[in-house]
Design a protein around this ligand. Structure first.
Ligand code: F6P
Length: 539
C-alpha cells in the first residue's frame, strides 16, 4: 500500500487544536500567496482563444523551475515522438496516433505515419458519402421510410466525446435528423431514447472499438430485438437496414450481421478516449454535417501544430500539464474542478473525467515501479453557473486546494438578452474570488482565504473549430503529465479487473450457476439480491 505511506491524508476529520492552528496558518499563507501573486499576468492568446493562467498564482521562479524540469525530462523529444507516431503505448505495444486522424494528408510526416493519415482520410470520404446520403433523405429503413433518427450505442470513449461535441454544436444541427446517445447498461437509458423515435425511421450506430464491450453489445442486441418486434421483421433485414458499425474490429461487426458497406473502421492505434476524431465522430457528422466535422478536426490540428512547435514556455498544453502537475505535487490539489460557463459544454466534465483519470490514474510507471509522485487527481465539475450553487462553497472556504478550469465563450449565444453577460460576469468573478479571497477580521466565518488556483479559457465562439482546439489542448495536457510522471497514458488495465469479476458474478445472478469465487462481502450482496427477489416473487 505504497500510496498510503507516501501520501498521508492532509486533513483528518477530527481536528486537534494543533491542526486548528495549522488551519489558521494555512489561511494566512494562502491569503499572503494570493496577494503576492496578484497581477501575475500569464496568458497565451492563440487562434483567437485565450488561455489565462494568471490565477494559477505561480511565481516567476516556480514557473522557471517547471520549465527547466520539463526540459530535463526530455519533454521536447517526447513531443516529437508523439508527432511522428512512436510506440508510446508500451504495455499494448501500440502506436499512439490520434493526431494522424486530423493531420492533413499533404503534411510531411514519416512514411508510416503518412499511411495512417491516408487511411483516416479514406474513411472520412466514406463518412461524407454516408452523411450526405442521409441528409438527402436517400437512406431508408426496411419498410422504405427515410431514416430520421440516429441512436449511437457506445460507452466511454465511444460515447463521451461525440455526445459532448453534438451538444456543443447543437445550434448547427441538421433540421431533419435527430441524434441521440445510449451508453448505460441500465435498460432505462435505451428505453427512454426509444420513446422518442419512430422504429421505421431509426438507425442504430453501434460504436465500439473492440465490439465486445458488454454494455454496448447488450444494448445493441436489445435495440435489434425491439426493432424486430416493432417492425415484425427478422433480424437479418433489421441489421442490414437499421444498423451501422463503427469499430476497429470490422470482422466482429460483420459477424454480428451488419452490412460491411455500413461499417466504418478505426484502428488499434487510436485509443478509445482519443477516438472522437475518427469514425467514432460519425454521429457528430450526421448531426451537423461533414463540413463542420472537418472544421472540428481543423481546430484540433491547429492545437497539434502549436503543441508540436511552440517553445515550452509559451506552449499551451505544456503549461496546462506542468501547472496541473505542480498543483498536484506541490500544492496538494485534491481535485480538479471543470466549470464550463456554457450550456453547450455541459458534458465537458464527464468527458475530461475519462480523458484524465482513465489516462493518468496510474501508480506504476513505465519501468514497472511505483510512481515517484502523486499522479492524476479527481476530475469533477458541472456547468456554470449551476456549480456555484452546489460545490463552489467548498472551493471558497473548504480545507482543500482544488483548482478549477473555467471555460467561457465570448460570443453571445443566448437568445434571451442579458444572460450571456451574467454568465461571463459570474465566471470571471469566481476565478477572481477564488484567487484573492476576502478577509473579514471580525467575522471569520465570512472569510474566504483566497489562494485557490484557476485557469480561465475563453473561446471566441462555440463553433466546431474552437471545440476541436479546446479538446486537443486537453489531450496534449494529459500527454505532458504522463511524460513527466513516466506513466503510460494510453492503457487502462485497471478497468479490466472489475469487468472480470462481473463476468464471474453474472451467471449466479442469472441463476445459471449456484456460486462463484468472490470474497465474502460480494457473496453477501449476491445473496441479498436473491433474497429480495425471492420475497418479491412470493408476494
Ligand atoms: O469502444 P469500446 O471497445 O466499446 O470501449 C469502450 C470504453 O471502454 C474502455 O475500454 C474501458 O472503460 C474505454 O477505454 C473505452 O473507451
Amino acid at each position: 500500500m505504497f500510496h498510503k505511506d507516501i501520501f498521508p491524508p492532509q486533513n483528518s476529520p477530527i481536528l486537534e487544536s494543533s491542526q486548528i492552528e495549522s488551519g489558521v496558518k494555512r489561511i494566512e499563507k494562502q491569503s499572503k500567496e494570493s496577494m503576492q501573486s496578484n497581477n501575475l499576468d500569464r496568458h497565451i492568446f492563440y487562434a483567437n482563444t485565450l488561455f489565462d493562467f494568471s490565477n494559477q498564482l505561480i511565481s516567476d521562479s516556480d514557473f522557471d523551475q517547471l520549465i527547466l524540469k520539463a526540459r530535463k525530462t526530455g519533454l521536447v523529444d517526447a513531443i516529437a515522438q508523439l508527432k511522428n507516431g512512436g510506440i508510446l503505448n508500451q504495455t499494448e505495444h501500440r502506436k499512439v496516433l490520434h493526431t494522424a486522424l486530423r493531420a492533413k494528408p499533404d503534411n510531411r510526416f514519416p512514411e508510416e505515419m503518412q499511411q495512417h493519415i491516408d487511411e483516416a482520410s479514406q474513411v472520412r470520404v466514406k463518412m461524407r458519402r454516408f452523411v450526405d446520403e442521409l441528409h438527402a433523405g436517400h437512406i431508408k429503413g426496411a419498410t422504405g421510410k427515410t431514416i430520421k433518427y440516429i441512436v449511437n450505442i457506445g460507452v466511454g470513449g465511444s460515447n463521451l466525446g461525440s455526445r459532448l461535441v453534438t451538444q456543443a454544436l447543437a445550434r448547427f444541427r441538421h433540421p431533419s435528423i435527430a441524434v441521440s446517445y445510449v451508453a448505460n447498461i441500465d435498460a432505462d437509458d435505451l428505453y427512454q431514447v426509444l420513446q422518442r423515435v419512430n422504429p421505421e425511421e431509426t438507425m442504430f450506430l453501434v460504436t465500439s472499438k473492440t465490439f465486445t464491450t458488454f454494455e454496448t453489445m447488450q444494448n445493441a442486441i436489445a435495440a435489434r430485438g425491439w426493432l424486430e418486434k416493432q417492425l415484425n421483421l427478422d433480424s437479418t433485414i433489421i441489421l442490414q437496414h437499421h444498423f451501422v458499425g463503427i469499430t476497429a474490429e470490422v470482422n466482429r461487426a460483420v459477424a454480428f450481421g451488419i452490412d460491411p458497406e455500413r461499417t466504418f473502421e478505426f484502428w488499434d492505434w487510436v485509443g478509445g478516449r482519443f477516438s472522437l476524431w475518427s469514425a467514432v465522430g460519425l454521429p457528430i457528422a450526421i448531426a451537423v454535417g461533414m463540413d463542420l466535422f472537418e472544421e472540428l478536426l481543423a481546430g484540433a490540428r491547429a492545437m497539434d501544430e502549436h503543441f508540436f512547435s511552440a517553445p515550452l514556455e509559451s506552449n499551451i498544453p505544456v503549461l496546462m500539464g506542468l501547472i496541473g502537475a505542480w498543483n498536484i505535487e506541490e500544492n496538494h490539489a485534491a481535485g480538479l474542478s471543470i466549470a464550463p460557463y456554457c450550456h453547450g459544454l455541459r458534458s465537458l466534465p464527464a468527458y475530461l473525467q475519462q480523458l484524465e483519470m482513465e489516462s493518468n490514474g496510474k501508480g506504476i510507471d513505465i519501468y514497472g515501479q511505483p510512481t515517484k509522485t502523486r499522479t492524476a487527481q479527481v476530475v469533477f465539475g458541472s456547468v456554470g453557473s449551476n456549480g456555484q450553487h452546489a460545490y463552489f462553497q467548498m472551493l471558497h472556504q473548504g480545507t482543500r486546494q482544488i483548482p478549477t478550469d473555467f471555460i467561457a465563450v465570448a460570443e453571445d449565444l443566448n437568445i434571451f438578452e442579458g444572460h450571456q453577460d451574467q454568465l461571463l460576469a459570474n465566471c470571471f468573478a469566481q476565478s477572481a474570488a477564488l484567487a484573492t479571497g476576502r478577509i473579514y477580521p471580525d467575522e471569520p466565518h465570512k472569510t474566504c482565504a483566497g489562494g485557490q488556483r484557476s485557469t480561465v479559457i475563453v473561446l471566441p465562439q462555440l463553433n466546431a473549430f474552437s471545440v476541436g482546439l479546446l479538446l486537443a489542448a486537453y489531450e496534449h495536457k494529459i500527454f505532458v503529465q504522463a511524460h513527466i510522471w513516466e506513466i503510460n497514458a494510453f492503457d487502462q488495465w485497471g478497468v479490466e479487473l472489475g469487468k472480470s469479476i462481473a463476468h464471474d458474478i453474472l451467471p449466479v445472478l442469472q441463476g445459471h450457476s449456484s456460486n462463484c469465487e468472490v470474497d465474502n462481502e460480494t457473496q453477501r450482496l449476491i445473496k441479498h439480491i436473491q433474497f429480495i427477489r425471492e420475497n418479491l416473487k412470493n408476494r
